[in-house]
Design a binder for this molecule. Structure first.
Ligand SMILES: *Cc1c(COP(=O)(O)O)cnc(C)c1O
Length: 378
């Protein structure tokens, strides 16, 4: 962004996102109290849209001792912000900046022999005598066929990592897996995932590895499946108030508001928005809000979605546009300049992120991580 743009926009009168860090603190304490293991605050995707640095600092002050992210770039951003806690990054291309990871003391997950070789290359070229070697967490696919080594590759990966460790080239500090069905505690695949992880630990041990950290559980398993806890839990969604297992009351942290920028009275029969998908069945008042699908309101939610205006719920009508939506406020005397609450914790009658997710037939994670860049974070 140019300096001119910064100067030219000192204030903003559009959609606004606020994050309640006290809610993040309370959620962190819930998770710290649910496990005897360490707690890793997963702050990928900008802290699930809540601000990675803010969520990280808050979580570290309320019971978390580790930070977790997807990419090395996300990890470096945490370091640049001055965060010194241990950080793990678990999904990177083989040409990622692994020497930068070593220099920034960022741990990396190793899901394959190719990644192991890349991490070892990243450790070369450090000056003799100052060489520290990468800190790695070997990553096993525990049943998702997604990230992590497949079981057939696991023993070979463990042996190769142990050879490198004995040669002083890296430290295997952790073994990690991830459960695909933990949102449903009764799913039998949870037991299978735990069993595969236990098998992976035994194979690593046979290879001579003694990693102090063993981590499998994310939000749902931390809340519902103590057998999955091992020495650490990696919790992301739960810190921002999302519990996919629906087992625990957490505190939603996000509030999205928008000002009313237009009000018009229309006659019965007036079509609204692209495609004229809605026609006023009676004379009514329409309010215009300056946010749309580019700002993270799912277009699919349109026909069901509501916002809170003047303390009452009102429906969106017509299609969600890229930059704007129309609200049918009926006979309420809404005026330009009032603030609509698009979603929030729900305590004042406003819709919640969970409701928006249901309206769009998706999950809360997709709503909170999808808020667009032009929405001002206040
Ligand atoms: C996103 C992610 C987590 C956090 O999962 P939540 O269910 O949001 O707590 C943990 N581990 C891995 C590998 C992930 O990708």
């Amino acid at each position: 962004m140019s300096a001119l743009a910064v100067v030219a926009a000192p204030t903003h009168h559009g959609a606004r996102l606020t994050v309640d860090l006290a809610a993040v603190a309370a959620n962190t304490r819930v998770f710290a109290g649910r496990t005897h293991g360490a707690l890793m605050a997963v702050v990928k995707a900008d802290g699930f849209g809540h601000g990675a640095v803010d969520v990280a600092r808050t979580a570290l002050a309320h019971g978390a001792s580790w930070l977790g992210v997807t990419s090395l770039e996300e990890a470096f951003a945490l370091r640049d912000a001055g965060l010194r806690a241990p950080v793990l990054s678990w999904l990177n291309a083989v040409d990622a900046d692994f020497s930068g990871a070593i220099a920034a003391a960022v741990d990396v997950a190793v899901p394959s022999r190719e990644h192991l070789a890349a991490v070892l290359r990243g450790g070369q070229g450090t000056r003799r005598g100052t060489r520290r070697g990468a800190r790695v967490h070997l990553q096993l696919d525990t049943g998702m066929a997604r990230d992590g080594a497949s079981p057939s590759d696991w023993a070979g990966l463990c042996r190769a990592a142990r050879r490198a460790e004995r040669a002083g080239q890296l430290h295997v500090v952790g073994i990690m897996g991830h459960l695909g069905c933990a949102d449903d505690p009764d799913d039998p695949d949870n037991r299978a995932g735990r069993a595969r992880f236990a098998w992976g630990l035994a194979v690593a041990r046979q290879a001579g590895l003694r990693p102090p950290l063993r981590h499998l559980a994310a939000t749902s398993a931390t809340l519902t499946d103590p057998l999955s806890h091992h020495t650490m839990s990696r919790v992301g969604a739960g810190l921002v108030g999302i519990d996919p297992s629906r087992s625990t009351v957490l505190s939603p942290a996000m509030t999205l508001t928008a000002p009313v920028v237009g009000v018009r009275r229309v006659r019965a029969g007036t079509p609204v928005g692209y495609g004229h998908t809605w026609t006023a069945p009676r004379a009514t008042t329409l309010a215009l809000l300056p946010l749309g699908y580019a700002d993270g309101l799912p277009r699919a939610a349109g026909p069901r979605a509501e916002v809170l205006l003047r303390g009452r719920r009102h429906r969106l009508v017509g299609r969600v546009s890229m930059d704007q939506v129309v609200v049918d406020v009926g006979e309420d005397a809404v005026v330009v300049g009032e603030t609509a609450v698009v979603f929030g914790p729900g305590g004042s009658g406003e819709p919640t992120v969970a409701e928006w997710a249901a309206w769009a037939d998706t999950i809360e994670h997709e709503i909170v991580t999808g808020i667009g860049s032009r929405v001002v974070r206040a």
